[in-house]
Design a protein around this ligand. Structure first.
Ligand SMILES: Cc1cc2nc3c(=O)[nH]c(=O)nc-3n(C[C@H](O)[C@H](O)[C@H](O)COP(=O)(O)OP(=O)(O)OC[C@H]3O[C@@H](n4cnc5c(N)ncnc54)[C@H](O)[C@@H]3O)c2cc1C
Length: 535
């Protein structure tokens, strides 16, 4: 019979995490995805004969250590290695910044004695606040509820727990927390540092997946969002999953299947079935129905509520608010197959800097102008590009002696102005991105053997990322924490009984964290147990 306990929409890493926890708790779980492969935005693909790379998400840090341990992902094939250097920022004037364990202080000192003094304090400040955020990652934020009852009591305890975590902060740290949630990264960095590359190191994190200037209010939070991860126990560090990001989701799928979850691919959902204000299953594109006690959706919340719900199922105010959910991260993503490693003018030849995230955006002003230009023109003519060459750490990705690189590019408009389409400008913008790298590493363009291009429109078409939004919705204060995806629904429960949010559109937001999947599974299990207890 086509009936199960839980149906999960989407086999991205959060859908899979949710499935694994629920199946291990003994529930019958079915995951359905419209794509032919598991993984959503965390996948590896051969994009040019003999060359494989992570297609969308490309670097790992935020994946929660408890989820890695609980699901025994290492035993299921996942191996994460550290970059040998963390970040490399070349400047057109020939100077550069190279960060990483045992490198940052010396490299900053060569640029500015003042900043060498300041950076340790700033990093400590950021780390202290990131430590607080880490405590919120695997718990539902306080949820606003109306009236009294069991839910209100549960939320009162949750609010007390939240207050307790925040009490661990000194008054000065609380002030820093407020700054980081509300201010612009640019302002905060200008106050602390004098060198452009040092500011750009932190400022880049403020605009990753954030279609905004680093001087936009709230961009400091996006910077913080990229600081709460770790690799193999080392906080704030970024690394590489051997085999690419698909190795993470392949391991998750193995765990979920071993626990009994059924994963069906090439099976898009057309509509959620709603009966008497309760989600009771889904209709596939094929017309087949699957009935379930619980429906968990890992898709972008705007996609769920504006495209996959029967008309009339939602309160008009809820739907109107969801229509205003802001998508569009300003991202353009490429993979390139390379005949040789690039050589950067600022630091020629091979070396550990080629294992780093190479940030081509030498100042906050450059990033600000990139955003302004994209808003007016549709894409920035001097874009921000992060180059990552994972084949310097992983020989499974390219033929011997050759390489693959990820190019993560900001800023481009989610929708082009004047009725222009990304279908007509994809190649032109891809050429620009390669020329941008070439300006820092002459000869790069000539070494490109093949390329894969994903404009915002392609990200939407291939992955269901509305507006190409890499995080399933902007990480702005009105779409974060208790407001993600909406005040009153921060506890992973949707506006209909039996309907749950288990993707990046729920707290703590985007990134390959596994956290929304984990937290939604806890909410479903709590409701399941309460249902049985009441019988
Ligand atoms: C270009 C890019 C670069 C990124 N870089 C990084 C990075 O380096 N590090 C990092 O940590 N994060 C990165 N991110 C963010 C991160 O990848 C995402 O936040 C995360 O992978 C989202 O996971 P998810 O499981 O919540 O959703 P998704 O991975 O989006 O999964 C949702 C799934 O739902 C499926 N779906 C959609 N519609 C339907 C339907 N109608 N029926 C059935 N299934 C459906 C989709 O096919 C998809 O598989 C990046 C994202 C992108 C796009």
């Amino acid at each position: 019979m086509n009936e199960t306990d839980v149906v999960i929409i989407g086999a991205g890493h959060n859908g899979l995490t949710c499935a694994a926890y629920l199946a291990r708790a003994g529930l019958r779980v079915r995951v359905v995805d419209r794509r032919k492969v598991v993984g959503g935005a965390a996948v590896t693909e051969e994009f040019y004969p003999g060359f494989r790379n992570s297609v969308a998400a490309y670097t790992v840090s935020l994946l929660n250590p408890r989820i890695i341990a609980d699901l025994k992902l290492a035993d299921h094939g996942l191996k994460i290695v550290e970059r040998r250097a963390q970040n490399f920022l070349p400047s057109p004037d020939g100077s550069y910044l190279l960060t990483g364990e045992g490198r940052t202080a010396d490299s900053v000192a060569k640029l500015s004695a003042h900043d060498a003094e300041a950076i340790e304090g700033f990093s400590r400040e950021l780390e202290a606040i990131a430590d607080v955020l880490r405590q919120f990652v695997l718990r539902a934020p306080p949820n606003l509820v109306e009236g009294f009852g069991a839910t209100a009591i549960r939320e009162a305890f949750n609010a007390l727990g939240t207050a307790n975590i925040l009490r661990g902060l000194s008054l000065e740290q609380s002030r820093n927390l407020l700054d980081l949630f509300t201010r612009s990264a640019g302002e905060m960095l200008d106050e602390r540092f004098e060198n452009d590359l040092v500011k750009a190191l932190f400022g880049f994190d403020a605009i990753v997946g954030n279609y905004a200037s680093p001087y936009a209010a709230g961009s400091a939070y996006v910077m913080l969002h990229h600081a709460f991860g770790e690799v193999n126990g080392k906080k704030g560090v970024w690394g590489h999953a051997i085999g690419g990001m698909g190795a993470i989701t392949q391991a998750m799928a193995r765990v979920a299947r071993e626990a009994g979850a059924d994963i069906r691919l090439d099976a898009g959902i057309r509509e959620v079935i709603v009966e008497k204000d309760r989600a009771v299953g889904v209709v596939l594109d094929s017309g087949e129905t699957i009935r379930a006690k619980y429906v968990a959706a890992s898709v972008n919340p705007k996609l769920l509520y504006t495209r996959l719900m029967p008309s009339g199922a939602l309160a008009p105010e809820f739907l109107a608010r969801m229509n205003r959910w802001r998508n569009g991260s300003g991202t353009f993503r490429m993979n390139v197959a390379l005949s040789a490693l690039p050589s950067f003018t600022a630091l020629p030849g091979e070396g550990d800097h080629l294992t780093a995230g190479i940030i081509l955006a030498p100042s906050l002003g450059y990033m600000d102008r990139a955003w302004q230009d994209a808003r007016e023109h549709g894409w920035s003519r001097a874009p921000v590009v992060e180059v990552l060459i994972p084949s310097t750490l992983d020989e499974t990705l390219a033929p011997e002696g050759q390489h693959v690189a990820s190019l993560f590019c900001q800023h481009v408009a989610p929708e082009l102005p004047d009725g222009k389409s990304w279908d007509d400008h994809r190649e032109e913008v891809a050429d620009l991105m390669i020329a941008t790298v070439d300006a820092f590493a002459p000869g790069f363009g000539k070494s490109v053997l093949g390329r894969q291009i994903l404009s915002p429109l392609d990200l939407e078409r291939q992955f269901g990322l509305l507006g190409g939004d890499i995080f399933h919705g902007a990480l702005t204060l009105n779409q974060l924490f208790s407001a993600r995806p909406m005040l009153g629904h921060a506890d992973y429960r949707g506006p209909l009984r039996g309907l749950y949010h288990c993707g990046s559109g729920a707290h703590p937001g985007g990134g390959v964290t596994g956290a929304p999947g984990h937290n939604a599974a806890q909410a479903i299990l709590a409701d399941h147990r309460a249902l049985f207890a009441s019988r």
